[in-house]
Design a binder for this molecule. Structure first.
Ligand SMILES: [Cu+2]
Length: 94
């Protein structure tokens, strides 16, 4: 499944060299440290072929949640990890 998604993304965005993920913009609307989850109101996520919406993501590293608070604007990478939509990288937007 993951390989298929990457292949489709690569075909659709042939100018993107070898990157699997493309940074997306979002805003933190909820942090659930106990569940290791983050709710983001996000813009389009190109590598997941997703339009803007508000949704829950898993986070790859629990430490990510410690640097964030509700209302923060962020730039993040999201990918499908073991079938779950997961934030693999996140930083506050300047
Ligand atoms: Cu979404």
């Amino acid at each position: 499944m993951r390989k298929l998604i990457i292949a489709v993304a690569a075909a659709a965005f042939s100018t993107a060299v070898s990157a699997q993920t493309v940074p997306s913009n979002g805003q933190v609307t909820k942090i659930d440290a106990a569940q290791n989850k983050l709710t983001l109101k996000h813009g389009p996520i190109k590598n997941l072929d997703m339009d803007g919406m508000t949704m829950v993501f898993s986070v790859a590293d629990p430490a990510m949640l410690k640097t964030l608070k509700v209302g923060d604007k962020v730039k993040f990478d999201a990918d499908r990890v073991n079938g779950r939509l997961t934030v693999t990288k996140i930083e506050k937007s300047k």
